[in-house]
Design a protein around this ligand. Structure first.
Ligand SMILES: *[C@@H]1O[C@H](CO)[C@@H](O)[C@H](O)[C@H]1NC(C)=O
Ligand SMILES: *[C@@H]1O[C@H](CO)[C@@H](O)[C@H](O)[C@H]1NC(C)=O
Ligand SMILES: *[C@@H]1O[C@H](CO)[C@@H](O)[C@H](O)[C@H]1NC(C)=O
Ligand SMILES: *[C@@H]1O[C@H](CO)[C@@H](O)[C@H](O)[C@H]1NC(C)=O
Ligand SMILES: *[C@@H]1O[C@H](CO)[C@@H](O)[C@H](O)[C@H]1NC(C)=O
Ligand SMILES: *[C@@H]1O[C@H](CO)[C@@H](O)[C@H](O)[C@H]1NC(C)=O
Length: 472
């Protein structure tokens, strides 16, 4: 009984206190709104209209150089909208409280509910607006005078604090240059992240140090749409609850891994058996049959009926003992790398989880998956790799300009004397000349060059080409 009374007093006292808080909050709100309108005046009026003043003091070019006024405007406008929404909401709540005054005094809304209301509906938006406003970066006058770019790239494009923290360059603690020879470290993100703000914000919405959502598919979606590299996150990635130790390497190369070793939540299938080509609901389209080891075992070691299929043994025989490291660029489960491993050649296989767990599968076989999209320059240095093998990925859909950039990148990382093995490239017959030009423009030595029909309209091309020495 006593307990109950205290409780109801609590809620009533709580209510009075909360009304007081609300007034304070509204007061702060008015201040923040006026500051933000001041910013609006500053950005719109000072920069855009009073050009004479700018020119008078600094010269117009200096003011604009390296500073993204449009982004600043967007940012401030966003904050103002946030504040306006918040204000509207608070006013409506107050009005409703006035209207239902009597009912309200009789009801037993708990203190907890008020707290929650304040926390979620008032403080959270106010806080993010506050942060957004604080982080609006205006150019420093001395930086403008020097004509150097002091505005940090992309920061003003984001509201979420964690993204902004990530993008902000980190200065060395000692205030001097580090062993890189730089004063700060830039954490980079793909420029197309700006186009996918909402998804990126969802991706970066977590409590620091807690578990991440099981959202690798959101991350991959961001990546393939050009938000690549993605920001790092400060949350703990989820793993299978029943992870088994992997098979030893003498067994793992050709054995389906344990189903328990990965999280299947974001796939159509729930086990490796389901990924077989016989299953029409397997959930992926590229590289059908790649999860069937009996089929994979035949690749590159048995004669095929198609002349475009070369044997690994034949290709390695072109350069005995000289092919030691390489890259397999395509969609697959690592079989090429597995075969090469048996021959003491180390191959890194690119892999995206396009509907199936390609990365996990390759890794569980004991091979190296490189989680990379087509967007980026490859993370290898110039003139380093002995071999680039590509299959199942680059074909007739690809834009010629994109292909050109990719091929030049491959040429960069291939060492002189290294081999480019184009395996079953295919395209429409009418496009063949364009693509052939692409491959031949580098004037590589042709070890093998074979064309074979794929269908009525389409044609296969396989080739093994050698990068010549560049004595310049
Ligand atoms: C509020 O009070 C009514 C009686 O006035 C009671 O039936 C109800 O359970 C109470 N609700 C809460 C959440 O305490
Ligand atoms: C302006 O830039 C020069 C070199 O770019 C630098 O040496 C100088 O310290 C800068 N001045 C200011 C005020 O930042
Ligand atoms: C793999 O190697 C381990 C020890 O190195 C051995 O006990 C096991 O029998 C081997 N498995 C096969 C299939 O050869
Ligand atoms: C493939 O065919 C060639 C000749 O056509 C033959 O010499 C070779 O032994 C065959 N290899 C295999 C693995 O069957
Ligand atoms: C690979 O290396 C091992 C150890 O050096 C050697 O025993 C084996 O014969 C090599 N295999 C091939 C195909 O060269
Ligand atoms: C190939 O190109 C021809 C002519 O441009 C076109 O009619 C045909 O539909 C194309 N075929 C395919 C499979 O794209």
């Amino acid at each position: 009984m006593q307990k109950k009374m205290r409780r109801s007093c609590f809620s009533r006292c709580g209510f009075a206190r909360i009304m007081g808080w609300l007034q304070t909050v509204l007061g702060i709100l008015v201040i923040v709104v006026s500051i933000s309108s001041l910013f609006r005046f500053y950005s719109a009026g000072f920069f855009a209209h009073n050009e004479d003043i700018c020119r008078h003091f600094y010269g117009i070019k200096d003011v604009y150089e390296g500073f993204d006024i449009r982004t600043l405007n967007d940012r401030v406008a966003e904050v103002i909208t946030m504040m306006e929404n918040l204000q509207e909401k608070l006013e409506m709540t107050l009005q409703q409280m006035e209207k239902n005054k009597e009912v309200l005094e009789k009801t037993n809304i708990t203190r907890l509910e008020y707290r929650k209301y304040l926390e979620v509906e008032v403080l959270k938006p106010l806080y993010s607006a506050h942060i957004a406003l604080r982080q609006v970066r205006l150019p420093k006058i001395d930086a403008i005078g020097n004509g150097t770019m002091k505005e940090e790239p992309l920061i003003n494009a984001f509201i979420t604090e964690e993204i902004r923290k990530y993008v902000t360059p980190k200065e060395n603690r000692i205030g001097k240059v580090n062993f890189y020879g730089t004063e700060k470290i830039y954490n980079t993100i793909g420029h197309a992240c700006v186009l996918m703000k909402n998804e990126l914000q969802e991706y970066m919405d977590y409590d620091i140090g807690s578990y991440c959502k099981d959202d690798w598919n959101l991350a991959q979606k961001l990546m393939v749409h050009g938000c690549d590299p993605l920001p790092r996150r400060r949350c703990l990635t989820r793993a299978s609850k029943v992870y088994q130790k992997p098979y030893p390497i003498n067994e793992s190369l050709w054995k389906l891994p344990d189903d328990r070793n990965l999280r299947w939540g974001n796939y159509q299938c729930r086990n490796f058996g389901c990924l077989s080509s016989r299953n029409s609901k397997r959930g992926y389209t590229k590289c059908t049959g790649c999860f069937e080891m009996e089929k994979e075992k035949l690749k590159w070691v048995t004669n095929s009926s198609l002349p475009v299929d070369f044997l690994i043994a034949d290709v390695l025989a072109m350069k005995p003992g000289q092919i030691r490291i390489g890259l397999d660029y395509g969609v697959g489960t690592g079989t090429f790398a597995a075969r090469m491993r048996e021959l003491n050649v180390t191959i890194v296989s690119t892999a995206l989880n396009l509907g199936a767990p390609f990365n996990e599968f390759i890794a569980l076989r004991g091979l190296i998956p490189l989680y990379a999209t087509l967007n980026q320059r490859l993370p290898f240095f110039d003139n380093t790799l002995d071999l680039i093998h590509t299959t199942g990925f680059l074909d007739g859909w690809i834009d010629l300009l994109l292909m050109d950039f990719i091929l030049f990148d491959w040429d960069r990382i291939l060492r002189p004397g290294g081999l480019l093995w184009i395996d079953r490239f295919f395209c429409n017959k009418s496009d063949l000349d364009d693509y052939m030009y692409m491959f031949l423009q580098f004037r590589y030595k042709k070890y093998k060059w074979v064309l074979a029909p794929k269908s009525k309209d389409e044609i296969y091309l396989s080739a093994v080409l050698e990068k010549p020495p560049r004595a310049i």
